[in-house]
Design a protein around this ligand. Structure first.
Ligand code: HDD
Length: 704
């Protein structure tokens, strides 16, 4: 017999997915499903039909409204930075910066400002993966008491181009090729390298992009940068140049390329899951906000132009002063409403923060507001809760699509004299505290005739690329060479590869030779450089590997403990406890999710099934097996790969006696990263074993 709902069991009615707050005094829906007009829905399973098996009726407004809304659920994805994840949190100031800025959030030590931070990849679409080789966006919206300030940066302190007019070309070149619609989320193709090889100003950024910075282990282990030189302005109107830095308290950590590729298959959502889970278990990620503050005299003393966004100021030349911390402590309630609809705009600054004439920044000031109108569809996107300031907004802007506020009274223009008639005249200008623009008259070359030109002070495209490359650890240098060989090997046109090699010679001849060797191509002559290439002081602060933020810690990191039936309970228990005590996350991995029976006959719960959880998902592994358990795993490809990859990705491996045959099969050779499963493992597990790399991977070699 047909039932009214079509279901014979109660499927629950508590799934309120969409609830507007009712006006006060109005009846609530008592947990009942309603239409968007507030009409209670009696049946959410069946369309309205004429007869049991008859045609569907057009008058079914419940159906039509539901499908209509569903049909329009998607909005245009971001042109760049489409794939991202975000979190709420706060900024806490360490000490007052009143001497250099009047920005309200920087006045009172200890004060917290709420914020929302979105991390993103750049090239891929919203449905791409989390771990391609790509720059990561690092955008922070501070909801200050004097309005919203958006610091829209990246995890790299420089950019590809010097002038915003080149941005559409850059993005077109890196995105899927126009005729074929691929590759997705990858720079390893002809059009990107064609553009790059013709744009020597991109060379410094390319060194960063080919380094381990663009394959981060976690969003929590990335640095962030404001990139441009900004200004801070104090109450007396004095301007100080500033570069912004975010330093992760978790330390910095990246993956190996092979690992990043495998993560993409094993868990396309690796980074967003990691952030979600860390916040969920109360392990709130933190970054310190740092500034490099300097004056015009310092700027003039630099061998490059501080308005050029392809340049950085080495920390050794101007130390980063840490001024506060950001804590991300709440994952959004709804991905679309918050993460997707958040609209960043570098033009959102507050009194006390100002722009410079960096020509890339200036172009961005237009682009973001414009793009939000196209993405969110209305000039009123600032009223969406995630974008709305948490301070009063009062002006005479009115109407427009999706107007959410209901202004009262007649005053929708200014000046007006309505208050003289006892009505509200509306808000007025605030000369004392309103935003005033810094006059920026301190450098004569910042004024003059209208011109389309690149200043001579922007002409040096190679010196900092050289400084960056030469400052890296030897392992990272090899990775840069490897990445260049990988990417250029995917370029079909030999002329593009040759032109790139000509650029690389200007960076470092040995690097160029390694890449040429890896491509098996002759080294061409160096491309002409527009300015002499300088040998700048090296900057060890730029290293990831063996650098000062390469923390050896298990805190916030994961350890996979591979077990099978018959594993020793005491060893498993001790490892579990030691990893937990060190702040790490032990995960029991076994062939079957339902559990394993340990040698004492007791059942052990399993966190992850081996075939679906390769070792790329963790930072170190332990293998605890009985002789029989090992014999059963030794012919399981997933088990062999689990160990082989951990070794190949330079991770620490703890293994008991029973596990040794599996290690042998996986090609593990003893080194200081292969240890016994005791307490010492916890110390050894917090780092990678870079010296192992030459034995496990063929990297383009340095010239001897
Ligand atoms: Fe951009 C998004 C960072 C140059 C135009 N950009 C976007 C996002 C980040 C950056 C982090 C994502 C924000 C979010 O999470 O929603 N962009 C940068 C940095 C740049 C930069 C650090 C150079 C220093 N961008 C840049 C230029 C232009 C744009 C030169 C255009 C002239 N960027 C955009 C955009 C996006 C954007 C098209 C896409 C979606 C959006 O703005 O909201 O307007």
């Amino acid at each position: 017999m047909a039932t009214k709902s079509g279901f014979t069991t109660d499927v629950g009615n508590g799934g309120e997915t969409h609830q507007h707050a009712p006006p006060s005094g109005a009846a609530t829906s008592d947990g009942h499903l309603t239409t968007n007009q507030g009409i209670k829905v009696s049946d959410n399973q069946n369309q309205l039909k004429s007869g049991e098996r008859g045609p569907v009726l057009l008058e079914d407004f419940v159906l039509r409204e539901k499908i209509f809304h569903f049909d329009h659920e998607r909005i245009p994805e971001r042109i760049v930075h489409a794939r991202g994840t975000a979190a709420h949190g706060f900024f806490e100031l360490y000490e007052s910066l009143a001497d250099i800025t009047k920005a309200d959030l920087f006045q009172r030590a200890g004060e917290r400002t709420p914020l929302f931070t979105r991390f993103s990849t750049v090239a891929g679409g919203a449905g791409s993966v989390d771990t391609p080789r790509d720059v990561r966006g690092f955008a922070v919206k501070f909801y200050t008491q004097e309005g919203n300030w958006d610091l829209v940066g990246n995890n790299i302190p420089v950019f590809f181009i010097q002038d915003a007019i080149k941005f559409p070309d850059l993005v077109h070149s890196v995105k899927m090729e126009a005729d074929r619609g691929f590759p997705q989320a990858a720079s390893a193709h002809d059009t990107f390298w064609d553009f790059i090889s013709l744009m020597p100003e991109s060379t410094h950024m390319i060194m960063w992009a080919m380094s381990d910075r663009t394959i981060p282990r976690s969003l929590r282990t990335m640095e962030g940068f404001g990139v441009h030189t900004f200004r801070l302005v104090n109450a007396a109107g004095k301007s100080t140049f500033v570069k912004f830095h975010w330093k992760p308290k978790q330390g910095v950590a990246s993956t190996c390329w092979d690992e990043a590729v495998k993560i993409a298959g094993a868990d396309p959502d690796f980074h967003r899951r990691d952030l979600f889970e860390a916040i969920g278990r109360g392990d709130f990620p933190e970054w310190e906000l740092g500034i490099q503050a300097f004056d015009q005299a310092f700027a003039d003393s630099m061998p490059f132009d501080v308005l050029d966004p392809t340049k950085l100021i080495p920390e050794e030349v101007l130390p980063v002063r840490l001024i506060g911390r950001m804590v991300l402590d709440r994952y959004p309630d709804n991905f679309f409403a918050e993460t997707e609809q958040v609209a960043f705009c570098p033009a959102n600054v507050v009194p006390g923060v100002d722009f410079t004439n960096d020509p890339l920044l200036q172009g961005r000031l237009f682009s973001y507001l414009d793009t939000q109108k196209s993405r969110l569809g209305t000039a009123n996107f600032h009223q969406i809760p995630i974008n709305a300031p948490k301070c009063p907004v009062m002006n005479f802007q009115r109407d427009g699509q999706m107007q959410m506020t209901v202004p009262k009274g007649r005053a929708n223009y200014e000046p007006n004299s309505l208050s003289a008639q006892g009505e509200s005249g509306g808000p007025r200008e605030c000369p004392a505290h309103g935003f005033t623009t810094f006059p920026s008259a301190d450098a004569p070359t910042e004024q003059g005739d209208k011109l389309r030109l690149r200043p001579a002070s922007f002409a040096d495209h190679y010196s900092q690329a050289r400084m960056f490359y030469r400052s890296l650890d030897v392992a990272e240098q090899s990775h840069v060479a490897f990445a260049l060989v990988f990417e250029l090997s995917k370029v079909d046109a030999p002329a593009i590869r040759t032109r790139m090699l000509g650029n690389l010679i200007n960076v470092d001849e040995d690097l160029a030779a390694r890449v040429a060797g890896g491509l098996n191509m002759p080294l061409p002559a160096a491309n002409a450089a527009a300015a002499p290439v300088l040998d700048m002081e090296l900057s060890p602060a730029l290293k990831l590997v063996r650098g000062k933020r390469d923390l050896h810690t298990l805190k916030g990191r994961a350890v996979g403990i591979l077990v099978a039936d018959g594993s020793d309970p005491a060893t498993v228990q001790d490892l579990h406890a030691a990893v937990t005590e060190a702040g790490g996350r032990p995960l029991i991995v076994a062939p079957k999710i339902g559990g394993v029976t340990l040698s004492d006959g007791k059942m052990l719960a399993v966190d992850k099934q081996l075939a679906g959880f390769p070792s790329v998902m963790v930072d170190a592994i332990a293998v605890v097996l009985s002789d029989d358990g090992c014999a059963s795993l030794i012919n399981d490809g997933a088990a062999v790969q689990f160990v082989m990859d951990a070794f190949g990705h330079l991770k620490c491996i703890a293994a008991d006696d029973g596990a040794q045959p599996l290690l042998m099969k996986a090609g593990v050779t003893p080194d200081e990263g292969v240890v016994a499963p005791n307490k010492g493992f916890v110390k050894a597990a917090g780092k990678r074993y870079w010296d192992r790399e030459p034995g496990v991977r063929k990297l383009p070699r340095a010239q001897s």
